[in-house]
Structure formats: C-alpha cells, structure tokens
Design a protein. Structure first.
Length: 231
C-alpha cells in the first residue's frame, strides 16, 4: 500500500491537485522452510563401522525437482543423500574409517539455485568419536518349542542385528549335540533366515552356534539354545 506522493500545484485555478504514482511491480518467492532430519546417526563409532543413515524431509520434494545433501566429516569421509521428485526420504551408508579420533560431521546442499537451497534447513553439525576397536554385531535366535518328539523337526530363525556389508558373506553354523550341522548363509543386505533341526537322539538337546565367512569378524555368535527330545 506504500505509494509515492507527487504534488502538483495548479496556480491558475488557485488550488493544488495530488497525483499518486504506484510502486513498480516486483517478483517474490514464497519460502516454505523444509527441515531435513537424520535418523540412525551415532556419536560413538568403532573403526571401519558402516552406519546406515536415513534422511527425512518435513515435506515431499516438489514435482520435477531433485535434491542432494552432502554429509561431510572432518576425517575426509563424505557421503551423499539424494531425493527424487515427490519423495521425502533417502538414505546413505557412512563409513567411520580406520583412524580413531574425534571428528565433526557437517552438511551442505550444493549445485542448486540460491532460493532452493535456502528453503531447506540442513541438520545441525555434530561431533562423533571413532574408537580403536571393532564393533561386534549381535545375532539372536528365535525358537518356539521347548520340547518335541523324536522324528519331528525343531525350527529356528537366525536374526542379524545389522545386515551383512556389501561384498561380504556370513555363515552361521548350527551344531546339534548329536553332531549334525546346519549352515545358514547370509549375503550382503540380508538379516534373517530360518532353518530346521532334526535331532537323531532323545533326551536333553542343545544347538551351539558359530560364525564363518568374510564378515565373521564383525559378528558375535549367538548363545546356545536347548530343548528336550522325547521318544
């Protein structure tokens, strides 16, 4: 509503007339600030850890747009998180590296127009620690029956608390107290598998677990399980 006031005195009529000149047209961009939140970040890591990180936008990316967030750490590790048109979540796998220490993680949006990058609020930088030891991921076993009859099978499910890394393989070996073995092979990205044990003797029965394969050093074998086999 701001206007520039011009006054013109018309002396021959003995009165003054006022003319108003409107301001020039201008363009504006409506800014809807969108928060970028991260899930799965950890502040205490172990050497060579791989940590999955999920990025969530508080509103879906507009149609026809794309967005890239750089996750930059002071130990020279960098990962990118990309969002496609109409999406609101993305993910990345961050590698802690082999050198222990205290590092800073910060975030930036690159290669975008000024108005676009400034409509997104990036996560707050934080510090994380890399410890000089290897993390052992947990393995758990789900089994329902506490007893069964001879000649029947005992089902069990092996769950990895962290998926097998890319290019790696994990063998979880179940050895029964009758000497039989059952091997569950996990490939990259897999987290659970089910097997069936067929005991060949009656009485108290146990299954002991061990791990082998290229990813074995990252996983702690699950504790043994026991049950009763009736004639």
């Amino acid at each position: 509503s701001s206007r520039v006031l011009w006054t013109l005195a018309v002396t021959q009529f003995g009165v003054s007339s006022e003319f108003y000149l409107p301001p020039p047209d201008f363009q504006f961009v409506a800014m809807n600030f969108i928060q970028i939140s991260l899930l799965g970040t950890e502040t205490e890591l172990y050497i060579n850890d791989t940590i999955p990180i999920e990025g969530i936008l508080s509103a879906p990316l507009p149609f026809g747009e794309s967005l890239r967030l750089a996750l930059v750490a002071s130990n020279n590790k960098i990962k990118y998180m990309d969002w496609a048109s109409r999406s609101f979540d993305s993910g990345a796998i961050f590698e802690a590296g082999a050198v222990p220490g205290i590092y800073r993680m910060y975030f930036s949006l690159d290669n975008y127009e000024f108005y676009l990058t400034n409509s997104y609020i990036t996560p707050t930088p934080f510090y994380f620690v890399v410890f000089n030891r290897t993390r052992l991921y947990q393995i758990t076993v789900e089994s329902s029956p506490s007893s069964l009859f001879s000649g029947t099978y005992f089902p069990f499910t092996v769950n990895l608390h962290s998926p097998v890394p890319e290019g790696k393989e994990l063998n979880v070996i179940a050895t029964g107290s009758d000497g039989k073995t059952y091997t569950l092979v996990f490939y990259a990205g897999e987290t659970n598998k089910t097997s069936e044990c067929y005991p060949s003797k009656t009485g108290p029965f146990t299954i002991i677990f061990s791990v082998e394969g290229s990813a074995a050093e990252k996983y702690s074998p699950p504790p043994l399980i026991g049950f009763e086999v009736f004639p």
